[in-house]
Design a protein around this ligand. Sequence first.
Ligand SMILES: Nc1ncnc2c1ncn2[C@@H]1O[C@H](COP(=O)(O)OP(=O)(O)OP(=O)(O)O)[C@@H](O)[C@H]1O
Ligand SMILES: [Mg+2]
Length: 323
Amino acid sequence: MITIKNVEKSFQGLRVLKGISLSIEDHEIYGIIGQSGAGKSTLLRCINGLETFDAGEINIDGTVVDTKNKKALRALQKGIGMIFQNFNLLERLDVYDNIALPLKFWGISPKSKESKERILNLIHLVGLDEKIHAKPKELSGGQKQRVAIARALVLNPQFLLCDEATSALDPEITKGILALLQKINKELGITVVVVTHQMEVVKQICSKVAFLSDGRVLSEGKPEELFIMPANKEIKSFLRDGSEQLPKTGVNIQLFFFGEGSEEPVVTQMARELKEDFSICWAKLEDFRENVYGSLVLNMKEEDKDRVCEFLDKKKVHWEVLD
Ligand SMILES: Nc1ncnc2c1ncn2[C@@H]1O[C@H](COP(=O)(O)OP(=O)(O)OP(=O)(O)O)[C@@H](O)[C@H]1O
Ligand SMILES: [Mg+2]
């Protein structure tokens, strides 16, 4: 488990992390999302001790991250794999040797029976059996990221930190990499932290997400809660896709469907019970892991508003009158 408490960090007087607190449970896939410059990468680098911080505490499985204690830091870093947007592979080495690199760095022979078996298993796990002797320049972006993932796992880490790991890949390739991260999380029990500005990534694989803005955590929770019904104006505008063109007359009420009861035919029930007609003027359904959640906007006459709100409360549907 990773616990972060009131972490502060400045670069040359510029405050970049302004008291970050969050906790990442074992075996979860945790997302950190937010605008460019929000401090996502800096926070990730503080977690694995690549960056120092000025105040607060980061605790990884009971061990406090202390960048001054080099020996303890190295041991901690051994248990944390990391991947990046630009893969960081060595061009002169083939797939096998790139994956073996951390072993050499740690003084473990890559030629031993166990090492060979481990590397071959990882190559198989990431689906690159055919490319074992290919050089990075002979690989696609998605394949390069698979090599980087295998390399990040070669020391048997407990955590995998991903900084914009799919940001340079097209949507189809991204799906494959996300499926691989899910497999690693499930089959190897590795806790995965993904930093990204892509909402799709969070929606597809994360069980929890923190939204960072200007060095602060604005909100933390399940992706469906954060994205379908964001409480915060800034998150709302970050998520807005501009497709909402709502009628200027009458009242527009947005209904949110997630969690229990989201499959009930509330709108038709309401039309029947209240004996009123409504126009559905905007709707959106989104996939979150195995579930579909959604939201729709109903337009109605001003005089129907109170009865509609009453009905929605009775049905325990979340709603909001839009201005
Ligand atoms: N080594 C550094 N020296 C000085 N300033 C830095 C350094 N690293 C990051 N910063 C600054 O810290 C702030 C946060 O940067 P960070 O890279 O953590 O943001 P981010 O959320 O990862 O953004 P992006 O989505 O663009 O990757 C930015 O204003 C950035 O310019
Ligand atoms: Mg970044």
